[in-house]
Each structure stands twice: as C-alpha cells, then as structure tokens.
Design a protein around this ligand. Structure first.
Ligand code: HEC
Ligand code: HEC
Ligand code: HEC
Ligand code: HEC
Ligand code: HEC
Ligand code: HEC
Ligand code: HEC
Length: 551
C-alpha cells in the first residue's frame, strides 16, 4: 500500500508511526548477501605478496591514466558490459537512452507502473487505483542511476537525499520490456528497497558509502562509474611512476598485477571477488570491502558460502564460478583452466566470430577428434561446429538473477530438463559451506563466526528458525573471543529476533550502539524491535537518530 499521495518528485516512504522500514529479513537484498558493518576491532594488515601494489597505501589512478599508455585495451574495454554496470542516467546508460521503451507501462497487483521522460529527467511512477479506476495514491521518483549494463537487464536507482533506493521497475533484455524488478516480485517494497554498498561493490569502481550507514553515500557517489581497470590489476600508482620516467623495464612487473601470471587460486580470485556471490558472502573480521586487492587470497577477506557439490541447488541458480568447479575440464586440468581460458576480460567476442573464438579455446586443450560425436553430425546439429551449443547450452531465462545463463559445468550431455525454471526456494535446504574450505581451514574460530553471521541471512527458508538457533550458539562463543565485533553483535540481535526473543534482541542492538552509536543497522533494528515490544516512543527516538528524514 502507498500511504501517501505525493505530487512532488520524491521517494515516498511509509509513515514513521508504523516504522514500515524494511529492514531485517524483509530488507535483506537479493540472495540475502549483506555487508556486515566493519568491526571496530583493529584493522588487519594486508597479506604479503610479491606485488607491491597490494599494499593499502598504494593509490588508484583511474582508467583515463591507464588509457594514455594502453589505448587499445581502454578502447575495447569501453564497450564491455562490465564498464557500464553502474552509470548515471544522465550519461545515457544503455538501458535508458533507447526511447523505444519510454512509453511502456504495466500493471501488477492493482498498481500501475509507468516511465516518463520529462526533458532530460527520467521519472518512474507507481499509482494505485480504486475499483472505479480513480488514482487513490501515487509515488514517483527521479531515476538517477542504472545498475546492470542492460546486456541481460538493468535495475534503476533513485535517490532520496543521500540515500539510494531501488525502483520497483526493471528492464529485461530477453523480452525487451520493463517489468517488476526481480527482488520486488518476491516482496514488493515499492520505492523503499535500499541499495547498499553491497550492490555497488560489484557494479561500480569506487562507491563511497557513509561509514556505519546502510544505503547512504557521499556525493558524488563515485568518480569512476562502472568497473575499472584497477579492480583486476590493482592500484596503478607505482606502475605509472615507473613508466612515466620513460624507463623500459624488463622481467616481471611487480608494480601491477597481470592476473595471467598469478598462481591459479589467486588468478581466479580476481574474478571471484564479484562473480562468486555464493549463497552468502561474509566480510571477515577486521576487514573492509575494498581491502582485498588483486594478487591476494580472497578467502582472507571474504568467506563465501556455497552449496555443496551434489546439492540440487548447485545445479540451478549458481554462478559460473561454482559451475566451472564442477566441470571435468576444471578438475582435471590441474589449475590450467580458469575464466580467462575462454574469456577476454577486455572485450566480448563479436557475434560473427564468437563460435570460432570459443571453439579455438576448447581446442587449446582438446583435439577436434576428442569429441565422441561425428564431425558430420556436429556440423548438422550445430552451426560451424559450435562446441558450446552442445556442451555449454544456455538456459532460456527471462530473469536477470545472479546466476549463470550459460551452463559452465561443460557436461558431456546436459540433462534433458536443463533450462527448466524451478523456484530455488522450493528446493530442500542444505547449509552452505565456505567455498575455499581447505585453505580457510586454519581460520577455525573465525569461520564459526562467519557461519554464525551467514546463518542469520537466509530469509524465507523453512528452517529459518532452526538456522537462527544454530547461529546464536556460534555467535555467542565468537563474541566471547571478540567482544567488540559489531558485525557479530548485529547478527546476534537478528538471530534473537528470528528466534522470537525481542527483548534480548533489543539488548544486543543496544550493545552494538554503545560500541558504535551511529550504526544505522542497529538503530533501525532497535527501532523495529522497540515498536514490536509496543514502545513507540523509543522506536521513534531510535529512528530519528538515524538522521533520515523521509518527508
Ligand atoms: C606511462 C605509461 C603507462 C601507464 C600510465 C600505464 N601503463 Fe601499464 N604498462 C606500461 C608499459 C610500458 C608496460 C610494459 C610493456 C607493455 O606490456 O606494454 C606496461 C605493462 C602493463 C601490464 C602488463 C604487466 C605484466 O606483468 O604483464 C599491465 C597489466 C598494465 N600495464 C596495466 C596498466 C593499468 C591497469 C594501468 C592504469 C592503472 C596502466 N597499466 C598504466 C606503461 C604504462
Ligand atoms: C568488480 C567486480 C567484477 C570483477 C572483478 C569482474 N567482474 Fe565480470 N562482471 C561483473 C559485473 C557486475 C558484470 C555484469 C555487467 C553488466 O552487464 O552490467 C560482469 C560481467 C561479466 C561477463 C559477461 C559479459 C556479457 O554480458 O556477456 C563476463 C564474461 C565477465 N564479467 C568476465 C569476468 C572475468 C573473466 C573476470 C576476471 C578476470 C571478471 N569478470 C571480473 C563484475 C566483475
Ligand atoms: C557479489 C557481487 C555482486 C553483488 C553484491 C551484486 N551483483 Fe549484480 N551482478 C554481478 C555479476 C558478476 C553480474 C553478471 C552475472 C552474470 O551475467 O551471470 C551481475 C549482474 C547484474 C544485473 C544484470 C546486468 C546485465 O545486463 O547483465 C543486474 C541488473 C544486477 N546485477 C543488479 C544488482 C543489484 C541491484 C544488486 C544489489 C541489490 C546487485 N546486482 C548485487 C555481481 C554482483
Ligand atoms: C575484469 C578484469 C579486468 C579489467 C577490468 C581489465 N583487465 Fe587488463 N587484464 C585482465 C586479465 C585477466 C589479463 C590477462 C589476460 C590474458 O593474458 O589473457 C589482463 C591483461 C592486461 C594487460 C597485459 C597485456 C595483455 O593484454 O595481456 C594490459 C596492458 C591490461 N590488461 C590493461 C588493462 C587496462 C588499461 C584496463 C582498463 C581499460 C584493463 N586492463 C581492464 C583483466 C582485466
Ligand atoms: C584448460 C584445458 C581445457 C579447456 C580450455 C577445455 N577443456 Fe574440456 N576437458 C579438459 C580436461 C583435462 C578434461 C578431462 C579429460 C578429458 O576428457 O580429456 C576435459 C573434459 C571435457 C569433457 C568431458 C566431460 C565429462 O564430464 O566427461 C567435455 C565434454 C569437454 N571437456 C568439453 C570442452 C569444451 C566444449 C570446451 C570449450 C568450451 C573445453 N572442454 C575446454 C580440459 C579443458
Ligand atoms: C570453457 C570456456 C569457458 C570458461 C572456462 C568460462 N566461461 Fe564464461 N562463458 C563461456 C561461454 C561460451 C559463454 C556464452 C557466451 C556467449 O554466448 O557469447 C559464457 C558466458 C559467461 C557469462 C555471461 C552470462 C552467461 O552465463 O551466459 C559470464 C558472466 C561468464 N561467462 C563468466 C565466467 C566466469 C566468471 C568464469 C570463470 C569462473 C567463466 N565464465 C569461465 C565460456 C566459458
Ligand atoms: C552436436 C553436438 C556436439 C558438438 C557440436 C560437439 N560435441 Fe562433443 N560430444 C557430443 C556428444 C553427444 C558426446 C558424447 C557424449 C556421451 O558419451 O554420451 C560428446 C563428447 C565430447 C567429449 C568427451 C569425449 C570422451 O572421450 O569422453 C569431449 C572432450 C568433447 N565432446 C569435446 C567437444 C569439442 C571440443 C567440440 C567442438 C570442437 C565438441 N565436443 C562439439 C556432442 C557434441
């Protein structure tokens, strides 16, 4: 329901009285990944590496500087979807400059959704009609950014003061239409779904969140929209200094990371920092999202929880990374196969040569005769002997969810039901495990803490309550080791709410606030929990403290 009728351009939020702030389990974004707040504990130093640009004090220089000496890389990369995965609408991002969709509107559950161009301003509107067709409530907002290049889809971001929210309207490339955003299909939060640093970490180079906030950003939000060179190569300051002097350097360059030269796990980690979403990602104790740098082991910065091999979920909606790890090509090529065995990260293949390019990639390891199918049949069944047509088929999906479309398991024979859409939520649950279990093993107690946090972040699962009980016992013991771990305390509060103990939950959020008074997650959670306990004055006071004025 839209409680407010608003003529002016603004994000309409629920009345404060009901504190209808979608936090807690309702709020958690797609796939429930959330950055826990950075702990107040001492930051941990970066690992050692032969590369000097992994060090925290080395600065980023930006794509334009790289382009001065590497113009061809810059030119091709400019057309790659990764360099457009976050963009201001004013820059004409791919999913908005095409006027063909502008007049589109659609209806869902009694709401009308429409898009309007008012001069250079793009406006999304949501209206509710009564039985007679009269508009009884409406909300509208100016779209400021797009997330997603539009290659498969795009979501739109609106701004209210310095806070970012997701528009309920999304763009679907497969059908070339606008429709309700994937996240809103499960739970329509209208214009109230927060866009946190979580999204922008993977879709933007250097978004600058306000410390301790959930979805508040410094202005301008970023100086480098999209994903830049240095997310895969590390900061360029030392490298530029070296070559600015005009010197010619021979041998390995320790001032810039070339992923190809890294050992397999570190090489794959460069792509995994964004392409391995897993069931959940938890920032490790003492880490900030951008502490990871190419060349370092990702699992020392993030614990990514994934479904176990053999789990039915693994076959459905997971990333290319997890699927590739299932393939025989990966398992039996002893580290040789990785993302860049097939993908050039600076350029997508053109449609004219894509079959030949991928075929050549397969033939780097296989012979033309490796295939059991006869060449005649291959040619008859697939255009130009497209190896991927039979071994890496595409799912027919309209969705823009974070899951592989192309089957990266590289099977001999894909199962007959491949591509059948089945709701992942309906599949039996298993408790995911850390992706790099072996190499994370040494971090024992820390991993228990990470699992404790993760277990509070699978909303809507049937075993939610049981998982939260388990989380609670893990978190209680980890908080004995690290009593100042704010992320641990927040998760404990959440677990207590999920297990129906609001009073104790409130205490946990108050503990967070005595460590970090500005912690927005704790403030909002304390507000919600107070309201749940019937103490509306306390609820309002916590809410006011966030400094967020919805009207
Ligand atoms: C002042 C000129 C200059 C600038 C600016 C510059 N580079 Fe380079 N870069 C070079 C030269 C010269 C080489 C060595 C020869 C070559 O590979 O072209 C090199 C090599 C590299 C390599 C290969 C290293 C290896 O070990 O294989 C990478 C990767 C690279 N640069 C990335 C970048 C990135 C990313 C930026 C921006 C942060 C950047 N460069 C900015 C001049 C520059
Ligand atoms: C900073 C995060 C980040 C990193 C690091 C990253 N990616 Fe991406 N990648 C993305 C995002 C986000 C998209 C979706 C872009 C879009 O369409 O909006 C994407 C899209 C892609 C695509 C799909 C292009 C298409 O639409 O067909 C490929 C292929 C890809 N990445 C390969 C790689 C490889 C290989 C690496 C490692 C060398 C890598 N990426 C590293 C975030 C990242
Ligand atoms: C852990 C990194 C990560 C996070 C967090 C993340 N994304 Fe993505 N996103 C990706 C990658 C990688 C792709 C490309 C994946 C693919 O094509 O399989 C992608 C693809 C997309 C696409 C489709 C783009 C296209 O055209 O291919 C949209 C839209 C999108 N993300 C929106 C969001 C929103 C909104 C959020 C926050 C609620 C978010 N993402 C959070 C990594 C991430
Ligand atoms: C998504 C990750 C990613 C991004 C973004 C990226 N690179 Fe690279 N780059 C790589 C990888 C991986 C390699 C090694 C490629 C290989 O050997 O196949 C590489 C190699 C290079 C090299 C060495 C020569 C070569 O082509 O092998 C240069 C120079 C370079 N990149 C420059 C750039 C510049 C400049 C940008 C920004 C315009 C950029 N890269 C953006 C991942 C990336
Ligand atoms: C880095 C090397 C490498 C690349 C690149 C590679 N493979 Fe493989 N692949 C292997 C190895 C090693 C095996 C296991 C031994 C064998 O069957 O040759 C394998 C196995 C296979 C199998 C048998 C799978 C099974 O479950 O029995 C198929 C099918 C296959 N590859 C197809 C492909 C296709 C198609 C491509 C290109 C899209 C490709 N491979 C690229 C190394 C590679
Ligand atoms: C054996 C070859 C191969 C390897 C290895 C490989 N890919 Fe792909 N990937 C493909 C092919 C083929 C496509 C389909 C591209 C097309 O149709 O143009 C694809 C598509 C994609 C897409 C676009 C979305 C989709 O699912 O179609 C993304 C994102 C992607 N790959 C990421 C990755 C990442 C990340 C890795 C490393 C974990 C990786 N790929 C490893 C062959 C490969
Ligand atoms: C028309 C579909 C089709 C095309 C195109 C195709 N394959 Fe196959 N491939 C098959 C089938 C079917 C099998 C046998 C599956 C079985 O044993 O049940 C197979 C088996 C394989 C195997 C496993 C062989 C073994 O001994 O275990 C490899 C490796 C392979 N293909 C690689 C390739 C490569 C590389 C290409 C492209 C040059 C390719 N295939 C093109 C259908 C195809």
């Amino acid at each position: 329901m839209l409680p407010v009728r608003s003529k002016k351009m603004s994000v309409v939020l629920c009345a404060v009285g009901t504190l209808g702030l979608a936090i807690g389990i309702g709020w958690l974004p797609w796939r429930a990944a959330k950055f826990p707040k950075p702990p107040t504990e001492e930051a941990q130093p970066n690992q050692s590496s032969p590369y000097r640009n992994v060090r925290a004090e080395v600065h980023y220089v930006g794509n334009e500087v790289c382009a001065t000496c590497h113009p061809s890389h810059a030119e091709t990369y400019r057309h790659h979807p990764m360099s457009h995965s976050f963009a201001p609408v004013a820059h004409g991002s791919p999913a908005t400059h095409d006027d063909s969709y502008v007049s589109q509107s659609f209806q869902v559950d009694g709401f009308d959704y429409l898009v309007e161009h008012r001069g250079s301003v793009l406006v999304h509107r949501e209206a509710r009609r009564d039985a007679a067709g009269k508009v009884v409530a409406e909300a509208e907002a100016e779209v400021q950014f797009t997330i997603g290049s539009g290659a498969h889809g795009a979501t739109y971001v609106v701004r209210h003061e310095d806070y970012l929210f997701q528009s309920p309207i999304s763009w679907y490339a497969a059908t070339q239409t606008l429709a309700l955003a994937p996240s809103h299909q499960q739970h329509n939060l209208h214009f109230e779904r927060r866009i946190d640093d979580n999204c922008l970490f993977c879709h933007c180079d250097d978004a600058r969140p306000v410390e301790h906030s959930l979805n508040r950003f410094q202005q301008p939000i970023s100086s480098r929209y999209g994903i830049g060179c240095e997310r895969c190569h590390g900061p360029g300051e030392l490298h530029v200094q070296r070559y600015k002097k005009g010197g010619i350097h021979s041998g390995a360059d320790d001032t810039i990371v070339n992923p190809r030269r890294l050992e397999p796990n570190l090489r794959e980690a460069v792509c995994e920092q964004c392409h391995l979403q897993g069931a959940n990602r938890v920032l490790r104790r003492g880490r900030q999202p951008h502490d990871y740098r190419p060349g370092l082991p990702l699992q020392h910065y993030w614990t990514v929880f994934v479904h176990r091999a053999g789990s039915e979920k693994l076959q459905r909606a997971v990333s290319q990374v997890e699927q590739l790890h299932e393939s025989r090509c990966f398992r039996e090529s002893k580290g040789e196969l990785g993302c860049i065995s097939c993908h050039n990260p600076h350029a997508l293949p053109g449609s004219a040569d894509r079959i030949a390019i991928f075929r050549a990639r397969c033939l780097n390891c296989h012979q033309d005769t490796s295939c059991r199918e006869t060449p005649e049949r291959r040619l008859a069944l697939s255009n130009a002997d497209d190896c991927t047509a039979c071994h890496m088929p595409r799912r027919k999906t309209k969705d823009i969810a974070h899951a592989a479309i192309t089957d990266h398991r590289i099977l001999r024979r894909p199962p007959a039901d491949f591509g059948v859409q089945k709701s992942v939520a309906s599949l039996p649950d298993d408790i995911p495990v850390p992706f790099y279990l072996e190499s994370s093993g040494a971090l024992g107690a820390d991993l228990d803490r990470d699992l404790g946090i993760a277990l509070t972040q699978w909303p809507g699962t049937q075993q939610q309550r049981a998982l939260a009980e388990q989380a609670l016992s893990l978190l209680e013991s980890s908080l004995r080791n690290w009593p100042n771990d704010i992320a641990g305390m927040e998760a404990k509060g959440l677990a207590l709410r999920l297990t129906g103990r609001p009073r104790e939950a409130l205490q946990a959020f108050q503990d967070c606030l005595s460590g970090e008074p500005e912690d927005e997650f704790a403030l909002l959670s304390a507000a919600e929990t107070s309201a749940q306990l019937g103490n509306l004055d306390a609820a309002r006071s916590y809410f006011r403290h966030t400094g967020f004025a919805p009207f």
